[in-house]
Every structure is written in structure tokens, then in C-alpha cells.
Design a protein around this ligand. Structure first.
Ligand code: BYC
Length: 324
């Protein structure tokens, strides 16, 4: 449901205090803020930060799996992977469009990403040396993304929440294709099983880091939850992911690389070991295994394809003039 539209006719423009009151009432009633509505500058900035970072993650996230497009082991696997990687491009496009409804400019956001002034998810700075990585990304990375993004379908900003609905449907397909790929490999040879286990060992901890810093070190969570942008804290979603994933690992027949992982009867949750937050900080600071390569490739894509943007812009202008 959208926010009540302000009546600006009787007394001219309402003052800032009235607008703030109206905004607070919309949030308190759990209704959506739409692009036409007044919003506090902090709310707009927080959304641009999160939505842009999310969009960048989708686009940069095409690279690790994209590396396997030319080496997929069969035509079927290639078609599935191609569809998945194309979906990620689509997610990036919806999200850049959502950011544009907040007044952001897409080319400017891309420049900020390339210049290191905006972030993208830490997870995409890890390498994909084996084909099993494609399956593990689908299972763990898309699985973590679903845990994080399903609640965002109820985010208070309308265009972001609506984009998330379609994104989550597609992520479910991604997660299943990954799990199915891994099940096939686990039914294969000893070498294939070893390849899956090695990929799980490499991706497990970075997947837990995707949810962001622990709650007591997350500067943005409290305000983002008060505004209804985020619906759960980082630690709540991380726990949900672990609880969901451990039985899947058991069904698959792989071991999660955490000696402290144990079922806690009293809380009804899986307890897990300490996350290496120093590694997370290093990756965020640009010092992960693949940071430089990911950004160099994104920069080359922007520069090499600038002529397409120029040609499309000139074509659109010509048609606008014709219509006028
Ligand atoms: N990586 O206060 P916090 C996909 C930053 S792609 C990097 O907790 P917040 C897929 C955070 O930005 C899906 N940075 O922040 C695609 C902040 O720094 P700034 C990606 C991280 O925003 C292709 C600082 O740390 N999903 O599914 O309240 C193939 C403090 O954090 C990370 C999304 O983007 C990280 N992991 O919460 C396959 C979800 N974590 O900005 C799959 C949308 C934290 O102040 N985003 N930081 O400089 C969110 O839900 C939230 O932004 C986060 C962080 C939970 C990630």
C-alpha cells in the first residue's frame, strides 16, 4: 500500500516538520514510501548506499561464475549457467533503476564503484578455480542472498521492495540449480566428491561474512531497522542461514569446515565458531584475492563499451527531436 498523498493545495507547501510527521506516520503504519513522497535526506542517502551496493554486487557477481561459461562440462550446464548469469545482470538493472528513483545517476554510481567510493559484496572477491565452485555459489551464495533478500521484499521503500520480489524468485532457481549440480557431482566419482568438499571448505566462511559485521559492530543496522529498510539484524539473518544450511549439507554428504558447529537443544539453533573478521576487513579494504581483478574488468567493460552508450544516447536524442 502506498503512503497517503499530502494535500499541498490548501496552504501551499507543508513545512518540514509536517512532512517529517507524515513520513514517520507512514513508517509507523508499515506503509511504503514511494518516489513522489517526501523523505528525510538520511533515509534517501542510506537507501542509495544500500541499493547501489546491492546493484554493484549483482553486476560484479557475474564475473566469478561467468569464468566458467566457456568451460561448462555440457551444453545443458552451459545453458543453465548462462541463464543464471544473465539473471544477475537483470537484477543489477532493476536495482540501478530503483536507485534512479531516488535521484541517483547510474553512470555516476558505476564511476563511484570503479573508483572505490562505493562497495560491493565481499563474497565476489574470492576465486572460482574449480567447476564445483559454480554449484557451491548457487547453493551457499545464492542461499545466503535469499535469506537476506526475502525480508527486503517488505522494505519500506516501494521500488526496492518490489524489485526484490522478482529477484528472490530468480534466486530460488539459482539456489536449486547449484544444489542439483552438487548432488550430481556427489553421486559421481571420488574426485568429484573431493572437488565439492574443497569448494565448500573455501566458500563456507566467506558466505557467513556476506551478512555483514556482527550487530554490535554494525553502524547502520539500528537506523535502517527503525526506518524499515532492513527488517532483521545481520546476526539474525546469519543464524537463519546456518540453521537452514546445516541439514542441506548433511543431505548432500559434505562437511562444513567448522569444528565448533553443534546443535544447541536449548535455543533450537546451530551454534557456529568464530568468524575471522580480520579477513572480512581486509577484503573490504580492497585486499581480497580478487578485488583488483574484479574492478579492472568492470572498468574495462565500462570503457570498451562507452561507444554503445554514446550511440544509444545519440539515437534516443534523434528520436526525441523527431517526436517534437
Ligand atoms: N560486503 O552497518 P552495516 C547476489 C559494509 S548479490 C561488503 O552492517 P548495512 C548474487 C556496509 O556496506 C546480493 N561490504 O551495513 C549475485 C557498511 O559500509 P558503508 C548482494 C559490506 O548496510 C551474483 C559497513 O560494511 N546482497 O546475491 O546496514 C551471483 C558496515 O555494515 C558487507 C546485498 O547487497 C559485505 N558482505 O548492512 C550470485 C543485500 N557487509 O556502506 C549471487 C543488500 C557489510 O557504510 N544489502 N558491508 O561504507 C544489505 O542487506 C545490507 O547492506 C548488508 C549490510 C546486510 C549487506
Amino acid at each position: 500500500m502506498s503512503a497517503p498523498t499530502l494535500d499541498r493545495s490548501a496552504t501551499g507547501s507543508p513545512d518540514e516538520a509536517t512532512l517529517q510527521e507524515q513520513f514517520d506516520a507512514t513508517i509507523a503504519a508499515d506503509r511504503r514510501i514511494e518516489p513522489r513522497d517526501w523523505m528525510p535526506e538520511g533515509y534517501r542517502k542510506t537507501l542509495v548506499r544500500q541499493v547501489a551496493q546491492h546493484a554493484h554486487s549483482e553486476i560484479i557477481g557475474m564475473q566469478p561464475e561467468g569464468d566458467w561459461l566457456l568451460a561448462a562440462p555440457s551444453l545443458r550446464r552451459k545453458a543453465v549457467l548462462l541463464a543464471k548469469v544473465q539473471d544477475e545482470a537483470g537484477h543489477g538493472l532493476y536495482l540501478y533503476s530503483a536507485a534512479e528513483t531516488l535521484g541517483a545517476d547510474r553512470a555516476d554510481l558505476t564511476d563511484k564503484l570503479i573508483e572505490g567510493r562505493q562497495k560491493y559484496s565481499s563474497i565476489f572477491n574470492y576465486p572460482t578455480p574449480a567447476y564445483a565452485d559454480v554449484g557451491v555459489i548457487g547453493w551457499l551464495v545464492d542461499g545466503a542472498a535469499i535469506c537476506n533478500q526475502v525480508p527486503l521484499c517488505r522494505s519500506s521503500y516501494g521500488p526496492y521492495a518490489r524489485a526484490m520480489i522478482r529477484v528472490c524468485k530468480e534466486e530460488s532457481f539459482h539456489q536449486r540449480q547449484g544444489y542439483e549440480l552438487l548432488m550430481t557431482m556427489m553421486r559421481g566419482t571420488d574426485e568429484q566428491r573431493a572437488m565439492v568438499q574443497d569448494a565448500v571448505d573455501r566458500w563456507w566462511w566467506p558466505s557467513l561474512m556476506m551478512f555483514g559485521p556482527p550487530d554490535d559492530e554494525s553502524p547502520n543496522t539500528a537506523q535502517s531497522m527503525a526506518w524499515g529498510i532492513k527488517r532483521h539484524t545481520n546476526d539474525e539473518l546469519r543464524q537463519r542461514f546456518v540453521d537452514m544450511t546445516v541439514p542441506q549439507a548433511q543431505a548432500l554428504g559434505v562437511t562444513l569446515p567448522d569444528p565448533d558447529l553443534a546443535w544447541d537443544e536449548s535455543s533450537g539453533h546451530w551454534r557456529f565458531g568464530a568468524i575471522d573478521w580480520a579477513e572480512f576487513a581486509r577484503v573490504l579494504a580492497g585486499d581480497g584475492p580478487k578485488n583488483a581483478e574484479r574492478i579492472a574488468r568492470r572498468r574495462a567493460a565500462r570503457d570498451d563499451n562507452a561507444w554503445v552508450v554514446e550511440a544509444a544516447t545519440a539515437y534516443a536524442r534523434k528520436h526525441e527531436r523527431g517526436a517534437a
